[in-house]
Write a protein that binds this ligand. Structure first.
Ligand code: 8YV
Length: 320
């Protein structure tokens, strides 16, 4: 049976072509997000949507599209979807966990190394022709090896980040809803209270999903607990962190540096953030490798097809 399906952005990999040959697919031809009016009109009569995390699938949208049976989100996160409304309307929601874990952990480490060793700052300096010779105090950074990594949220991605820290001879602290005896045994990770993790860690990396409980988890008070030499990394979701308070902390050198892949009002940056030299800024690249994004396409397409064909998709989002 053929279904009407909307794909809100072109995604890499052969699975998209398979979807297009199977169903009546409307594919956003432009390299930009759909605005809410476009999303609304292009979704008319669709049974399925392959959505991006930038598409707001809120209560009003869900209520306005009663024919919709499945939203297959092209991301592990699903904070763009109103799950309570999905449940009320019998809508199936799926996501793409697992396949992007390692790529996102790699990117968190790219930010750790870049922020600790001031890589982008030094790169700019060199290409601007300002390198006049080696100097003993030029671009002094923070050691990574042998220091303490604090992982906030030891889920799939947090654990992959922690595993990499073993190669750097780091001590690992973690904070999370539940204990992880396996990580404690194999990585020597120690579970601590969040405030203690912030006080004791040299590098703090955020890996919690965005929920009401984690919104502004790292607020002004908690930022104040970090060491003046600390480096803070966020590859999770922007609103987990108070970006205005972070700008102040960086400007006043109350922490050493930060590395961000996500922002509170993405794609906007908090005023002043881009002017600071002690922050590394990336445009939400967590899973951005061709292989990973192609695997995400495979998963998102399979989830969509399974749900539309009346079978259980492999990666449903549990509804509240
Ligand atoms: C992406 C992500 O970079 O999966 C997520 O939740 O944030 C990352 O994989 C992006 O979401 C791709 O849509």
């Amino acid at each position: 049976m053929s279904f009407k399906v909307l794909v809100t952005r072109r995604v890499p990999g052969p699975a998209l072509d398979e979807l297009c040959s199977r169903y009546a697919v409307t594919l956003n031809p432009e390299d930009r997000d759909l605005d809410s009016a476009e999303l609304d009109s292009l979704s008319r009569g669709c049974s399925g949507i392959l959505s991006m995390l930038s598409d707001r699938i809120d209560r009003e949208f869900i209520a306005g599209h009663p024919e919709l049976r499945v939203v297959s989100n092209y991301a592990v996160g699903y904070n763009n979807i109103d799950l309570a409304a999905a449940k009320e309307h019998g809508l199936i929601v799926t996501h793409t966990p697992g396949v992007l874990t390692e790529a996102t952990a790699d990117l968190a480490w790219a930010l750790i190394v870049s922020a600790c060793r001031r890589v982008p700052e030094a790169d700019r300096y060199t290409r601007e022709g300002r390198f006049q010779g080696w100097a003993p105090e030029m671009f002094l950074g923070q050691d990574i090896h042998g220091r303490t990594l604090g992982v906030v949220g030891l889920g799939r991605i947090g654990l992959a980040v922690a595993r990499r820290a073993v190669g750097f001879g780091m001590k690992i602290l973690y904070w999370g809803r539940s204990a992880h005896p396996e990580a404690e045994a194999s990585l020597g990770a120690r579970r601590v209270e969040l405030d203690d993790l912030l006080r004791e860690s040299d590098i703090v990396s955020l890996h919690v999903p965005l929920t009401p409980a984690t919104t502004r988890l790292i607020d002004r008070r908690r930022l104040g607990l970090l060491k003046p030499t600390a480096v803070l990394i966020n590859t999770a979701r922007g609103p987990v962190l108070d970006e205005a308070a972070l700008v102040e902390a960086l400007r006043e050198h109350r922490i050493f540096a930060a590395g961000l892949d996500v922002y509170e009002a993405e794609p906007q940056l908090h005023p002043g953030l881009a002017e600071l030299p002690n922050v590394v800024l990336l445009p939400h690249l967590g899973s951005a490798t061709l292989a990973t994004r192609s695997r995400m396409t495979r998963l998102a397409v399979d989830n969509l097809v399974e749900a539309l064909e009346g079978r259980a998709p492999a990666h449903p989002v549990p509804l509240p």
